[in-house]
Design a protein around this ligand. Structure first.
Ligand code: ZN
Ligand code: ZN
Length: 303
């Protein structure tokens, strides 16, 4: 088993939100106000992903704050509640023009979701399958989706709205059947409630450019969080390891062989953990849980 340091100390961690709405669709704040909000929260980058509208608000780019082109596409609902939403996030190579509409006519069911993924990929976007619990999808309903980049393991807006934001069950479902996809935490902020600053990704990249951030996202060189931070994780001498902020528990989630959980002793929070691998794991991923139950999710390490 090769040693694998997934993050370079020569690179920097950049914090960003990949899923946000504005008054261009159903958000409460204007794009400029949303940008101001995330700058104030200390974010480095933001994708504005309004429903069925391609946008790239380049005028808000500054040397220390990056706007990525984005969109959230939706298929037609199959009933009163069931739907599929796919977010696209890109760099300067994306094709549709700013404020062009996405035509979702006739996109229904999983084939509609697949059409959205394929179309966005073709236009130069990485794709995120959004909030499956909120969309009232079982894993079996979505299991055949192919070619997408990531799934929302945590959507803060859905969590705040009605506790439908968590989806690690779906992530492991895809991973266990061999889909090598990443997990992302997002806000999906509409600013109607306190739905911002609760789910983010931290990307390990050489600079804050759209190309470097998107490359880091495509390669899985990031982790997701709604609280804790991860400093490093990887594999060294047959052991998976993580270094992190103070944690109550650290889980190594493996497949098909089972992984391992470490729990802090009273008054002695964990800041690192090591798990000896057996060599027949298909993947291992790490969850760091703090004293308030908030989680940081590493991406899976595949073998
Ligand atoms: Zn959505
Ligand atoms: Zn959304």
């Amino acid at each position: 088993m090769a040693n694998l340091e997934l993050f370079s100390i020569k690179k920097t961690w950049f914090k960003g939100n990949l899923h946000t709405h504005t008054t261009i669709s159903d958000g409460k704040l204007e794009p400029a106000e949303v940008v101001k909000l995330y700058k104030k929260l200390g974010y480095d980058f933001l994708a504005l992903t309004d429903h069925e509208i391609f946008s790239w608000w380049q005028e808000f780019n500054t040397p220390d704050f990056l706007i990525l082109p984005g969109i959230e596409t939706s298929g037609r609902a199959l009933g009163p509640y069931q739907c599929h939403h796919v977010v696209g996030v890109g760099d300067s190579k994306v094709k549709p023009n700013h404020l062009e509409r996405f035509d979702n006519q006739g996109l229904t069911g999983l084939s509609g979701a697949q059409t959205m993924v394929d179309f966005l990929t073709d236009q130069g976007y990485l794709t995120i399958y959004c909030h499956p619990v909120w969309s009232r999808q079982t894993f079996e309903n979505v299991a055949d989706l192919q070619g997408f980049t990531a799934i929302e393991v945590y959507n803060h807006g859905c969590h705040v709205e009605n506790c439908t934001g968590e989806a690690t069950y779906y992530w492991d479902g895809f991973l266990r059947q061999g889909n090598r996809i990443w997990g992302v935490a997002t806000d999906d902020s509409h600013q109607q409630t306190e739905d911002y600053g609760g789910g983010w990704v931290a990307v390990n990249a050489p600079s804050l450019s759209a190309e470097h951030i998107v490359e880091g996202l495509l390669k899985g060189q990031f982790y997701s969080s709604n609280g804790p931070t991860i400093e490093a994780y990887g594999v060294c001498d047959g052991q998976a390891y993580v270094r992190c902020s103070e944690a109550q528990a650290i889980h190594f989630i493996a497949f098909e062989r089972r992984g391992k959980t470490f729990v802090a002793s009273p008054g002695q929070p964990l800041t690192q953990a090591v798990h000896t691998l057996h060599g027949d794991e298909e993947y291992v991923r790490i969850e760091v849980v703090d004293e308030r139950g908030r989680v940081a999710w590493s991406n899976p390490i595949f073998f």
